[in-house]
Design a protein around this ligand. Sequence first.
Ligand code: ARG
Length: 493
Amino acid sequence: MSADTQKLRSGETAAAAPPQTPAAAADAARAGDRDANSMWGGRFAAGPADVMEQINASISFDQRLYAQDIAGSRAHCAMLVDQAIISPEDGAAILSGLDTILSEIESGRFTFKASLEDIHMNVEARLRELIGDAAGRLHTARSRNDQVALDVRLWTREAVDRLEDALRELQAALIAQAEAEAETIMPGYTHLQAAQPVTFGHHLLAYVEMLGRDRGRLRDCRKRMNESPLGAAALAGTSFPIDRAATAKALGFDRPMANSIDAVSDRDYLLEFLAAGAILATHLSRFAEELVLWCSAGFRFVQLSDAFSTGSSIMPQKHNPDAAELVRGKAGRVVAALNGLLIVMKGLPLSYGKDMQEDKEPLFDAADTLQLCVTAMTGMVRDMKAEREALRQATDQGFITATDLADWLVRKLGLPFRQAHHVTGSIVRLAEARDCALEDLPLAAMQEVEAGITEEVFEVLTVEKAVASRNSEGGTAPAQVRAAIAAAKERFL
Ligand code: ARG
């Protein structure tokens, strides 16, 4: 739950009566002790049951859309005036009333009412209190269906921009660490078994690439999102001579959405944002998992700062990587948000259905969670200290230069790679039996396996040589890592 939502839940809405039994709720409704919603009550003889208000109202969470709702109303109002659909006087009154409401909300003086359901009706009701009947003209040629679609699009567009900025910061922090550790040697892993030596900088740059794709996915969904649903009205368009291009332009959209039914029923942009977010959360979680491993006793590859760790109330020696663990754990919420909204949408006939009100809480939660996790990661990466000794020492185990020996047999003795692989396997077995590293095996022992091996082989058996030799494009040699850092700065920062 977001901080805003929490505040409201513990205030206004939570203060509302706890759930009644359906019978008691029906009694209350029958007794007519509550007016039908004044915004649409014309057709209604009785007010909603208490429990109806509880299931129906979204104001506890959609109040987060207030700025977007007011911006949308301002653009709509200006267009209505320009098209001579409402008078300039009414238009001016509406705009100044909206300004007042904005400052009331921002200074915490606005009372949100669950009886008014959502942000749209809370704002409109307050506008009526402030300017009287002219307020009723704002909703000409508009429905809450296109209004909510507009508000959520505007909100999500901003969330995408915020997240992309945060991702750039995280990439910058990773690139700075990669630059400092371009020559720091560590084991590279497959199957979490030491595979070949790599540089720590190279490993960190892998995450820079992953985050670069995340940014690409966000930018891509922003592009498709950036069309205006305003003017679709309830679902079919309107008989008023509106100018959809004008409102689209005023709100920074590329164009109006082409189909009014699609405009009110589409939530693809949220699914795309959440899908991009779920992949991003997965990346962050993998990195978080590595940090947790790396600062554990088995590795000691990095030190996380006190600022991102906690102690134990019982074990004085502990320095727990809680922030990393939480980033790993919070991925679950983001993936769940995507999953939840997919399930909400899958059975919905066109066009708008109230089910779609369920889009907001997962959206807000996922956006908040992603922003928080990326920011926390950035702090952890900035403060992280690589333990160069431990990283280097870890390459002493696991015969990590075995591939280099095989490659040498191919290059110098002309063996087919498969055969070289086999020969190397036998030499590794020998080293294992003697409990020594490959480079500590006597030449004679290796020659028993393959007579052609010479003294020269020792040149490729050190990890420094092995790393420097992997100088292919995108490879782990420090020269490549430096080139990759320069390119990453150009591409991402
Ligand atoms: N609170 C609603 C939502 O979030 C706004 C749209 C309601 N439209 C309607 N016709 N009831 O979806």
